[in-house]
Write a protein that binds this ligand. Sequence first.
Ligand code: UD1
Length: 421
Amino acid sequence: MEKYRITGGIPLSGAVDISGAKNAVVAILPAVLLSDEPCRIENIPHISDVTTTLKILEKLGAKVAYVDPHTVEIDPRTVTSNEVDHELACKMRASYYFIGALLGKTGSARVPMPGGCWFGERPIDLHIKGFHALGAESIPQEDNVIEMHANQLMGNSVYLDTVSVGATVNIMLAAARARGMTIIENAAKEPHIVDLANFLIRMGADVRGAGTDVIKIRGVQQLSGAVYSIIPDQIEAGTYMAMAAATGGDVLVRNVIPKHLESITTKLDEMGARIEEMDDAVRVRCEGRLRGCNIKTMPHPGFPTDMQPQIAVLLSIAEGEGTITEGVWDNRFRYTEELIRMGAKIEVNGKRAVFQGVDHLTATNVKAMDLRAGAAMVIAGLVAQGVTEIEDIRYIERGYEDIIEKLRRLGAQVERVTDEA
Ligand code: UD1
């Protein structure tokens, strides 16, 4: 069993380079299926969700080749199958993007229900509603598999009852080559939605309004090959910013789009960290103790739910009271049990958590309960007194490239160890 072992108490200092965005790349790689020619995708992060997505593409028949460690060329012309591998689909949430991409490419898709992090029910009814609006039919299956078919996808208006990243992406994928105009209302506005739209446009798609709550897609008959570079990861950047603030460090977080970080910057500033924005970097410094504050997670441009566990560590050690209200998921506070075992004082009541800041956390052995909860455990380990061991690090490695090396370069005492037991 692989673990992270972290000796806490060292302020981080130096510079860290942020990798390509996980939630953008897991949408853009399936989107390559829609092209009639090979595509080259740059700034690909080395994370296990990318490995899984590329394996799914290969199993569908696409040719996948790394040109360099962060650039991959994909030729979708050799795709012969419309059926996503069961084991691979269950490893990650974003495997559901193959429904939209395969429907758009071949008019049919057979995709197992996706896996991924658990924070309460994660329905995909809005995705299905969107596909139905575009003329696809569901073919009933007994084995937890989604099978859909369309003779010809037709553009239509789709109103999303809830702002959903996944449904917005999936409908964009299905609509790119549908006949006529699709209008997605109450669309998600996350940076990765805009990144996907820009990639589709680069291939020749007609997509307008991404980044607002109304996206219009006029279907085209063909899409050509494209070279495209993935945007930097907003959440990875936010995580290193939180690490800098939590450890009382001084870190230059490079290769970021500061605009994407505004909601995080605002809260760190309110808590007493000093943030300096540059063109493509932010410097985070913190002297003295952080202050508690109130945070509510919301769809973009609100404070991202995927930064909720990381900021919770800061509230755990900040002076005074702080609160987090979770505005997206029903059950995203399970990791607080681990922080409480490290000495945090947290009371969770449904979708609200109240933090009474403590002087320090004490190292112990903890589990990464999911990807971002795992990142929170790393932050907790960096600030705790003593040596923290984190189990189930496979969750963390779904979304953080080279986290051990990046932290070491910032001066952290952290290692990946194999527990023979
Ligand atoms: C994506 C992100 C995830 C992030 C989440 C919210 C990816 C691969 N994952 O997940 O990291 O936490 O956005 O920012 O990009 N909902 C429905 N029906 C649906 C779909 C969603 O009711 O068909 C609800 C969900 O239960 C949730 C809310 O809508 O309460 C938002 O979910 P959604 O934005 O779809 O999350 P994901 O796309 O799964």
